[in-house]
Design a binder for this molecule. Structure first.
Ligand code: VGL
Ligand code: ZN
Length: 214
């Protein structure tokens, strides 16, 4: 198989752009602001007009969500606990359903989105991936949507590289989609080496990571 530039015309047919969690709470000033999170927005706006299928995701938690440190006795943000289905990072309260923080960043153009998919609504399970909750078996329905739209390749962009983009990309690869993650269109939280670990996991799953141009 020959690999062209990931954005070359021709390679875009049957491709979907997945715009992950470009929400106020993940941008600077938000509850879980990712450094430089807003810098990727102009580029994503330009990209989204160039794909036949675009899907935007929103992290969308109830206030009593298990990932919020505030919901645990002595819970400390960014601490890791055992959630039964595996390790769970405790986060500051973020992306509470209907809140300003859960809204798309005002500069993000999402009017042309074919689909907006929300995740993380189950108070007892976190959901980094746009395909499955963190138990890795409860589906969101995105796979079926992409298959019925005849998509075979997904481009994952957004926030954060090392959590929701990472899990989405690995699940997409696991499901048999070709997957590209162009890092210029992503930003990371980078908690205790999580970015390096995410890159390793994505590469191991067969995801094509496009290094930042810098
Ligand atoms: C995310 C932490 C918690 C993300 C979501 O979108 O990467 N990170 N919830
Ligand atoms: Zn979340």
């Amino acid at each position: 198989m020959t690999k062209g530039h990931w954005l070359e015309s021709g390679s875009k047919s049957r491709s979907a752009l997945l715009v992950i969690d470009v929400q106020n709470d993940f941008c600077p000033g938000g509850a879980l602001g990712v450094p430089g999170g807003d810098e990727i927005i102009p580029g994503i706006n330009l990209l989204s007009g160039r794909f036949p299928v675009t899907v935007f995701t929103q992290d969308w938690h109830p206030q009593d969500h298990l990932s919020f440190a505030s919901n645990r006795e002595e819970g400390v943000p960014f601490e890791v606990v055992d959630a039964g289905y595996g390790e769970q990072v405790l986060w500051p309260d973020h992306c509470v359903q209907g809140s300003h923080g859960a809204g798309f960043h005002a500069d993000l153009c999402h009017d042309m989105a074919d689909m907006v998919i929300r995740k993380g609504m189950n108070p007892a399970i976190d959901s980094y991936s746009a395909f499955f909750e963190n138990d890795r078996i409860t589906p969101t329905g995105l796979e079926g949507y992409l298959r019925t739209r005849d998509v075979e390749r997904v481009i994952c962009v957004g926030l954060a590289t090392d959590f929701c983009v990472h899990y989405t990309a690995v699940d997409a690869a696991r499901l048999g989609f070709q997957v590209v993650v162009p890092e210029d269109y992503c930003r990371a939280i980078d908690l205790d080496g999580s970015l390096a670990a995410a890159r390793g996991a994505m590469t191991g799953a067969g995801v094509e990571i496009i290094a930042p141009a810098d």
